[in-house]
Design a protein around this ligand. Sequence first.
Ligand SMILES: Cc1ncc(COP(=O)(O)O)c(C=O)c1O
Length: 497
Amino acid sequence: MTQNIEQLKAQILELTREYSRQVHGMNRPGNDADRPPFIAGKSPVAYAGRVFTEDEVEAAVSSTLDFWLTLGKEGAAFEAELASLLGIKATLLVNSGSSANLIALSTLTSPLIDANRRLRTGDEVITCAAGFPTTVAPIIQNGCIPVFVDSDVHTGNINVEQLESAFTEGQTKAIMIAHTLGNPFDLATVLQFCKKHHLWLIEDNCDALGCTYTMPKQLANDLGFTKNSPGLDAGEDFIIRYTGSWGDISTQSFYPPHHLTMGEGGAVNIVSSMKLKRIAESFRDWGRDCWCPSGKDNTCGKRFDWQLGELPDGYDHKYIYSHLGYNLKPLDIQAAIGRVQLKRLPEFINTRKQNWEYLRRGLANLEEFFDFSLPTHATSWSLSGFTWDESACQTDCSWFGFLLLVKPTSPFTNSLLARHLDNLKIGNRMLFGGNLLKQPVMVQLKQESPDKIKIAGEMTGADILMNQGLFLGTYPGLTQAMLDYEIEQIQQFVKSY
Ligand SMILES: Cc1ncc(COP(=O)(O)O)c(C=O)c1O
């Protein structure tokens, strides 16, 4: 009987693989020989999307047949694998990057956090005006005040020069910012600032899985970092670590455009202390005090021996709540898909870099019309690569997209270019919400409760990114023919003026 069941599963999975090979050819990696050909002008060029083969589909079906459904062995394995890749204490799977951000910020409000560092209603959190809304929303949702800092137009990242003016003694407790489009922000300056003022750092790493940041060893040691991320080495004088492994907590998104996908999904990475894991897990899992995984009881060994709050002595620990939590868990099936994707990550990261470089070279003659972005700390780009101050910090970008700014002197605007590309089915995006302060939700908030947000200075950079910016895809589903088509069409568009 067992033998038959195993054979049956093997047959289903073999058929699943065959089905996937026949149906999902367009989702194979861009360099896969079995991908159907690209037909210029007919086939769309997506800016991002799922890249998978029959391996992911098999993993999903296999997990579905097991029908455990809620987080289980696949989830636990994925969490361990991602944490070990980043070289951090732990990872918690959640159902989206936005949920990860919500949990990360909520974690810092817990009564289990030391009183002088705990975030309370009215405390301030420094964030960026340009970017994605759910990097900022959890600050307000938790009753704290976001203090908006401007962005650097060359990198799309936080303008660190405004940090001091955003700080208020006794009120500022944390910084929560994203590595924009796979370009690490200036971690050295931000971490030094956090150390000086005893602030938490939440890195929104949703768009930046696989980026690295290299810091001179002495500086890294002063900031408490003595080890490279596993498998990385930048020589004796430097420490190199993945983004998402420098702050106290970091977050990932596994929504399809991101570096790896499981459909919906995200992660909270616990970097600085295991105490944060226990709290984050509680916020993810209904706010409960108990930390048993699904389907398990009595992990703590004293399930009926707790007395907490004003509950009777011995009340079942499974139903004791120490936080106002949520239920933000994904399915085990998602984790099964994610585990296959994780194996592809090194190749995905490489391809993103190659695609960025290919677009940069193909558009290099258009510098009169466009400002092209630079990795943080790079001083210029040329055909022979980026230039850096070799003794200082460096970044290696796992590009989420290819950001360009249409110069104000150009005879066209970013939105004219966007419309043109859209008509040609060439996927492109603005830098998410642009200057978030101009979004209807923020305008309304400013009008109704002006004391609920603060602005550290002029938001000139965020406005430029909004008014002139546009990004193209770098995702590993792009083929060389697609990239050539994009380049050719942009060249023709510019020539037409
Ligand atoms: C920087 C950043 N943070 C958070 C998110 C939210 O992730 P999710 O879509 O999984 O909720 C995104 C989404 O793309 C993002 O770009």
